[in-house]
Design a protein around this ligand. Sequence first.
Ligand code: SF4
Length: 693
Amino acid sequence: VIEIGQPEHSVVTTCAYCGVGCAFKAEMRGEEVVRMVPYKDGKANRGHSCVKGRFAWGYTNHKERILKPMIRERIQDPWREVSWDEAFSFAAAKMRGIQKKYGRDAIGGITSSRCTNEETYLVQKLIRAGFGNNNVDTCARVCHSPTGYGLATTFGTSAGTQDFDSVEDTDVVVIIGANPASAHPVFASRLKKRLRQGAKLIVIDPRRTEMVDSPHVKALHLPLMPGTNVAVMTALAHVIVTEGLVNEAFVRERCDWSEFEEWAAFVARPNNSPEATAIHTGVDPKALREAARLYATGGNGAIYYGLGVTEHSQGSTTVIAIANLAMATGNIGRPGVGVNPLRGQNNVQGSCDMGSFPHELPGYRHIAGDAVREQFEAMWDVKLNPEPGLRIPNMFDAAIEGTFMGLYVQGEDILQSDPNTTHVVAALSAMECVIVHDLFLNETANYAHVFLPGSSFLEKDGTFTNAERRIQRVRKVMSPKNGMADWEVTIALAKAMGFEMNYSHPSEIMDEIAALTPTFAGVSYAKLDELGSVQWPCNDKAPEGTPVMHIDGFVRGKGKFVVTEYVATDERTGPRFPLLLTTGRILSQYNVGAQTRRTENVVWHAEDRLEIHPHDAEQRGVRDGDWVRLTSRAGETTLRAEITDRVSPGVVYTTFHHPDTQANVITTDYSDWATNCPEYKVTAVQISPSNGP
Ligand code: SF4
């Protein structure tokens, strides 16, 4: 970090990386950040931070940042710098032209979980009210969409049940498909503190993560084969039901009893026992039985999970299975328990809350609901289309079929982050207008006709909502280097397309959100300034917010048990592809690295490596540090090998922070049955020695 002198003033804002939502004091000298200091009164971080929030903000000043709008007629043409006005006119003419030629539904847009609630709200408003269709989706499609589906189905709300403070009352921590030590480090520190105080830890993960290896913590690790989460969850339920460990009083009072009985009869079948399922899961039945007993009888049990749960063809089923377990044991509705999705991006929760899904208006209300739609129609002064729009993968399919021709992408590199890169390239190449609104010329921009420069979190006002539903202020600490904050860009694009949106400050956008969204009814910038943050629902019933949900009853009324049949993924190993690849992150880097690689944090990460068990490495003549070719049915990439027993025989693992790795070149087309979330966490692969890329 380059120190540029003593700070003159400071501004409290929120980290723009992970879903923990750490508050920072940006210490400023004029318009330059001197340093980012973790804010002691931050409710999510209490003065702590990790190396991303603390050091990885320099991308704002990076020389590769694009600050001027650019346009081009064809993607083969060179970019031409233009004024903002010319860029908006060009983009609007293209998008309106597409609608005239192909119909109203031939365009759409994608919101970003990196942007603020207010910016996300505006993009979906532009699409629903300005484009006249519901072709809006979010990058949460590829991470936590199964959380939305699974928790809405069982509990009635698409969000985690607890605040982070709740962990202090937890006796048994269950972590499934997540590595908070790398991906949610500040919350991981609180978890570890509670574990050092004596709470027990169960980790369900194909890899021996840093949480399993934490000093002074004895973890019960269930190293399952990738793709078998549902079988393991059902086997845990089998033990709880067949050994009489169900909290019957809770279930009778709070849940639908007949649905419970149907579920209990299903999980009790002999083929769902730990012994019978071990053949697929690879999990030691004794350890699994011990874990089930510990969770059901060890006191307050809290489940935390991540993308290792959601990014599967049965992602939604696993979320439902987790909710079933929590209800069966009465581990819901008080501090210390609950079901807690650990959100990867800073505003995944918020982007989903703000109506980014093609079937839902803000607050998770279905677009087909006449009463809700009429409320929005009155406020926006338009007639809304009641038909749900296209999800991201459907947009790509429609583009290849020639019926979807224009896309506005805010703050996401879909070419790198979505599965099956070849298919995405074909879809983008087929479109007549792709508008990329971002900080850098990302991979998607290679297929764009309009580039609108984005603004960083330091350059705008707004709010983010973290993994515990906590709404926090993002405060502008410097003027946008590109001249316009992202919310202003969306308003100007809408105006050029003939749809006026009039706001002079993001606080007015939040006021509109509050007026239209019952769970946000009590939220305002004045309240956020006064209280520091609030957790939704925040309304007349809970004016200061709701740290723990479902205390007196589930949002949907009775908790719903759902039978969760295990269906093996279609991605199978075989003689050509005998190993299963799964993926994760390291502490210093973030997702595809577009931001962290352009900061001081680059010193901690030179390359992604492929972890291989010694047995598999020896069979293939691979030594530690060797280059290996990683091949799947979809494609191939080259990485260096790291030989380790962190992974089991038959499983390999890599991170995906470096663009050269191109992990999504080898991932499959399979996706969650309910939400189309891609199955990133299971790919059948083969490894062979290589001379390097
Ligand atoms: Fe906190 Fe996450 Fe930012 Fe790290 S990346 S400082 S844990 S919000």
